[in-house]
Design a protein around this ligand. Structure first.
Ligand SMILES: *[C@@H]1O[C@H](CO)[C@@H](O)[C@H](O)[C@H]1NC(C)=O
Length: 211
C-alpha cells in the first residue's frame, strides 16, 4: 500500500469513529426510571418540550427560615439537561435572606445577579482563604466545584440571581443542616466542631435535629 493510500484509510477510519461518537445527540431523562450515578436512562421519544422549561419563571417563596428560595432546573426537573453536564437554578433572596454555607460535590457554579445586591463568598480548601465579593445587577461570580460558599442579600429590597452548574445535578450539602438537622448526638457534634453543647441544642431545636 502506498503511503498516500495508508494516510487516506487512516483519515476515513478517524472520520467514521468521530461520526459514530456523535450519533447520539442527547439523552433526555426518562424520569419514570431510577437515576444512575451517571444520570437517568434516555427517554425513547422526545419533543421540543423536553428541551425547554418554564419552571424558573416564577419567584420562589422566601417566607422560610433562610428568607430565600432555590428553584432548581436540574435533570430531575428539566430532563433535557440529562447527559449534558450542565444545569441552572433560580435564587430568590428576600431582604436579609441567605443561602447558608454549602457545597456542591459534583459541579462548579456560575452566578449572575439580575436584581438587588448579593454578597457572596467561597473558602478555599488548601489555605481556608476567603474570597468575598459584593455583587450588583449584571455582575457574575464563579464558585469552584466542591468548595464551601454562601450568598446573602446585603441590599434593602429583594434580590434575584440565576446560578448555572457544570453538572446536570450538582448535589447540595448545607453545612448547618449536616450538623444540626439530623440525629448526630450533641456530644459528637461538640467533639467534632468545638462548638458548645448549649449552642448545638439550640440549633438542633431550630432546624429539627434530635439527640
Ligand atoms: C409561602 O410560604 C409560607 C410558609 O410556608 C406560607 O404561609 C405562604 O402562604 C406561602 N406564600 C405563597 C404565596 O405561597
Amino acid at each position: 500500500m502506498k503511503l498516500q493510500h495508508l494516510l487516506l484509510s487512516l483519515l476515513l477510519l478517524a472520520a467514521a469513529a468521530t461520526s459514530e461518537a456523535l450519533v447520539q445527540d442527547f439523552c433526555v431523562a426518562d424520569l419514570t426510571l431510577p437515576a444512575t450515578p451517571s444520570g437517568y436512562p434516555c427517554k425513547k421519544s422526545v419533543t421540543a418540550m423536553d428541551f425547554a422549561y418554564s419552571g424558573l419563571a416564577a419567584a420562589g417563596n422566601t417566607t422560610n427560615i433562610i428568607g430565600a428560595a432555590v428553584t432548581p432546573a436540574f435533570d430531575a426537573q428539566f430532563p433535557g439537561v440529562n447527559g449534558l453536564g450542565l444545569s441552572i437554578a433560580r435564587l430568590d433572596l428576600g431582604p436579609g435572606g441567605v443561602i447558608p454555607l454549602h457545597s456542591h460535590p459534583a459541579g462548579s457554579e456560575l452566578l449572575v445577579v439580575i436584581q438587588g445586591t448579593i454578597t457572596a463568598g467561597f473558602i478555599s480548601s488548601f489555605a481556608n482563604t476567603v474570597y468575598l465579593k459584593t455583587l450588583i445587577k449584571g455582575d457574575i461570580m464563579v464558585f469552584p466545584q466542591g468548595l464551601l460558599h454562601f450568598q446573602f442579600n446585603s441590599g434593602k429590597g429583594p434580590a434575584l440571581a440565576f446560578v448555572s452548574f457544570g453538572a446536570q445535578n450538582p448535589g447540595l450539602q448545607i453545612t448547618a443542616f449536616a450538623l444540626f438537622k439530623n440525629d448526630l448526638p450533641t456530644e459528637l457534634v461538640a467533639k467534632t466542631t468545638f462548638l458548645d453543647e448549649a449552642q448545638i441544642k439550640k440549633l438542633k431545636g431550630v432546624l429539627g435535629g434530635t439527640n
